[in-house]
Design a binder for this molecule. Sequence first.
Ligand code: ATP
Ligand code: MG
Length: 425
Amino acid sequence: MAKTIQAIRGMNDILPDQSPAWQAVERVLRDVVASYGYSEIRMPMVESTHLFKRSIGEATDIVEKEMYTFEDRNGDSLTLRPEGTASCVRAGNQHGLLYNQIQRLWYMGPMFRYERPQKGRYRQFHQFGVEVFGLADAAIDAEVIMLSARLWQQFGISDQVQLQLNSLASNEARHAYRDALKAYLSDYREQLDEDSQRRLQSNPLRILDSKDANTQAILANAPQLSDYWDDESAAHFDELCQRLQAAGIDYVINQRLVRGLDYYNRTVFEWVTDALGAQGTVCAGGRYDGLVEQLGGRATPAFGFALGLERLVLLLQEQQKVQPRRSVDAYLMLLGDEAELRGADVAEKLRDALPGLRLTTHIGGGNLKKQMKKADKSGAEVALIVGSDELANEQLSIKPLRTEAPQEQLDWATAVERLQPLTRG
Ligand code: ATP
Ligand code: MG
């Protein structure tokens, strides 16, 4: 026998028993963004490599070691998208959607990063993202964060996630802080973990993210970013905090929150949970006023976030917030040659009369016992039985499979009425 072929490590199949949970989650996400008037944008999964290098930044984890980059047959360097924001800005610039306009957009789809696969961290994963263009006011930062808070509320997990906030202030303020942090940490160079030593040159702010206990101890006395905030950024942040308070959204200010990507300025935020172990960030985002221009467009303020769907689904499953949902409502059993011949016809008539009914037709013949077994295994709520008697009298038998209620032979109209409630299931 030939050796079976396996999926790529870290790239998962979502199997039929899992897909109903995913569909339920996706439905809530779509409904919530729709309730804020956001429009969907769909971007390609492959872009030219320099889009990501130019936007995410050369000295970031993603660009340094996580991208799936390859040459196509033309010798062009292409990359499977590791995130959505860069592509969204590229598309917005290319199609003239951004300059002097307000756009409230969302997207959903697979992203690719070459990481060490573990719980909540995969090589192909899915993000749901929101991006707003053309609004610099802190009111939009608040709107987008409120939208994200509504998601947790809809999923019933508000008590499982905590909002962390920070401001990276202006580029000038951040650069001044970066120099101060670098000067401070340079005195402790030898005591920093290996990654942080390397980052001291390339991306000192990322050292604030270090999980190393020694490095964290050294950081305890490091200069604080807020001491370097410019007045406008401080006022912007203050306004955001007030708006969140007014909306009743709790947050904590985390001075070490800097985010791994280069393009952020001013507000950054994360929704974190401790229910998922090390992969605790479910949703992350912030303001990126410089990116549109950096990618060749006219300067346009922007704000957005991305949410990791695998982490959300894991969290919901752990909190038992997603019920396994049946995918078949009714199983049509066909007894005898004539019923088998006319079975497809009966099924189509049922679908005409009951839009929304999820109906499986038995194929392959067999006696009542065999077909009943299949009906039960399908997960259906009821078996529908058609034999010669039903055909002769234009009737349908309904046998409930999940309750003790008796089987009934009904005329067509009554049967349709009886099945109606199932179409909402
Ligand atoms: P982390 O610190 O966990 O690596 P990140 O800062 O790299 O996260 P972002 O680029 O901000 O993550 O992506 C936004 C969200 O996408 C994350 O908060 C997370 O929920 C999800 N995410 C990121 N990388 C992965 C991955 N490899 N597998 C699954 N989900 C991911
Ligand atoms: Mg990462």
